[in-house]
Structure formats: structure tokens, C-alpha cells
Design a protein around this ligand. Structure first.
Ligand code: G3P
Ligand code: MG
Length: 239
């Protein structure tokens, strides 16, 4: 099945132009003409799904320690950059709905929290996007998380993420009921791409910040690209 996918996803909200995984980033992506954003979702110590990439706070906030060990009161008091607060999934969902954005919800479990994170994300995604015209795309590197998506939200459109696509990628997608292959642009082989294209399976590549690489991947049949360079690839620029 070919999903109607946009060519570009703004990576981690607003890419490099805004603090990553923040509402300001999502707003900026929409403002720049992007119709789709990707963001990462992890659980706080209170079990609240929040937007953050690393399982520790140091790189993207003024806090310290493991996200999974920080309760909401402490987490939401932190600065995630430019005075932005770490958003909850429900806030990001409502913003995406309001702005008409396709959301790629990447389930990013803290170590050992794969099933629990996916369970909570699925419950919220099902509720937050209920009846929405633009349904989210769920993805994860965690096969355990994707197995939960299949159990809990089988109707969700979803893709499996790979840093390096394994030889049995097709069997994995089929087993998990996933419709799309998401992978690192730098490690994707021509043969895997050709195989996916021949099977009409969309391939989505991260993280593409270079014009020549983008043109080459798209010419070879990649469906969509995740970019940090919103300035370079804003859809209004004709690419
Ligand atoms: O979902 C695509 C991309 O975001 C995967 O890599 O590490 O940026 O979450 P990462
Ligand atoms: Mg991500």
C-alpha cells in the first residue's frame, strides 16, 4: 500500500532552526511550509509521554539525569532551549492537528521501557488523533515497541526504523504490519532501496541535510526525507 507521504519531514520538530522536539520547532516547521514533522517520544518518571530525543537531559535541557527518573514537576520546569518547555505528546498532537501537520511519532523508549512506552503512546495516539483527517505515522527503532503498536493500535500507519537495514527487513515489516521502511540515508544500499521500490514499499530516510544527497535519494525512489535544514528544503523553495 502506498501511503500519501510528503517529500519532506522537519526532523525533531524544527530541525536546526529551533530547540529540538519543542512546540516552537513544530510551529516553525509549519510556518516555513512543511506539511510533516517528526518528533521523538519518551516516558517521564510519572509515565507521561514527552518529546525528547536522548534518554538523559544534559544535551538538550538545563537539567541532569535520566528522563525516566525525573517526575513531571521537575521535567516541565526545565528549559529545553530558548525558554521552551519539554512538551507533552498531547500538546504536540493538538498543535499538529491545529496546524494541519502530519506527525511522525517516533517511539523512543528509555532503556528497558520499550513495551511500556509503546503502550502509553498508542493509548494517547488513538485518543488524540481520533477522527482526525490527518492520521499520524508511528515509527520506532524498537521492534518490541512496534510489536505493541501492532497489538494495541493495529489500524495505525507505521514504519520500522533501522540504523542499518538488515537482510530480513521485509519479513520484519510484514511481521509487524508496518507499511514503510525508515532508515539512515548513509547506510541504505541501492539493492535494498530497489527491492523496496519494486514492492511499492515507501522508504523514508534520515537525516538528509545535503542537496546532492537529497536529489540522488529521491531520483532512486526514496519517498520522503527527514531534514534538519528547514532553511534549505522548505517546500516553498520548490524542492
Ligand atoms: O525518525 C527518523 C529519525 O529521527 C531517527 O533518528 O536519532 O534522530 O531519532 P533520530
Ligand atoms: Mg527521531
Amino acid at each position: 500500500m502506498r501511503l500519501p507521504l510528503p517529500r519532506w519531514f522537519a526532523h525533531r520538530g524544527g530541525g536546526l532552526l529551533a530547540p529540538e522536539n519543542t512546540l516552537a520547532g513544530i510551529r516553525l516547521a509549519a510556518h516555513m511550509g512543511f506539511s510533516a514533522v517528526e518528533f521523538d517520544v519518551m516516558l517521564s518518571a510519572d509515565g507521561t509521554p514527552v518529546l525528547i530525543h536522548d534518554d538523559t537531559l544534559e544535551r538538550t535541557t538545563n537539567g541532569q539525569g535520566a528522563v525516566a527518573e525525573i517526575d513531571d514537576a521537575r521535567l516541565f520546569a526545565l528549559d529545553a532551549g530558548g525558554g521552551q518547555r519539554i512538551p507533552r505528546l498531547d500538546e504536540a498532537a493538538w498543535l499538529c492537528r491545529q496546524l494541519g501537520l502530519l506527525a511522525n511519532v517516533e517511539i523512543k523508549p528509555s532503556p528497558g521501557m520499550d513495551r511500556q512506552t509503546a503502550q502509553v503512546v498508542c493509548e494517547q495516539v488513538g485518543r488524540l488523533w481520533h477522527g482526525a483527517a490527518i492520521q499520524p505515522l508511528i515509527s520506532s527503532f524498537s521492534l518490541a515497541a512496534m510489536a505493541v503498536v501492532q497489538e494495541v493500535l493495529p489500524q495505525a500507519r507505521r514504519g520500522v526504523l533501522f540504523e542499518v537495514v538488515p537482510s530480513d527487513w521485509l519479513a520484519i515489516l510484514q511481521r509487524l504490519g508496518a507499511q514503510s521502511l525508515h532508515c539512515d540515508a548513509d547506510t541504505l544500499s541501492k539493492s535494498v532501496l530497489r527491492d523496496a521500490v519494486d514492492r511499492d514499499i515507501p522508504v523514508l530516510c534520515y537525516t538528509v541535510n545535503d542537496l546532492a544527497q537529497a536529489e540522488s535519494l529521491l531520483a532512486d525512489g526514496v519517498s520522503s526525507l527527514f531534514t534538519d535544514r528547514l532553511d534549505l528544503f522548505a517546500p516553498g523553495r520548490g524542492r
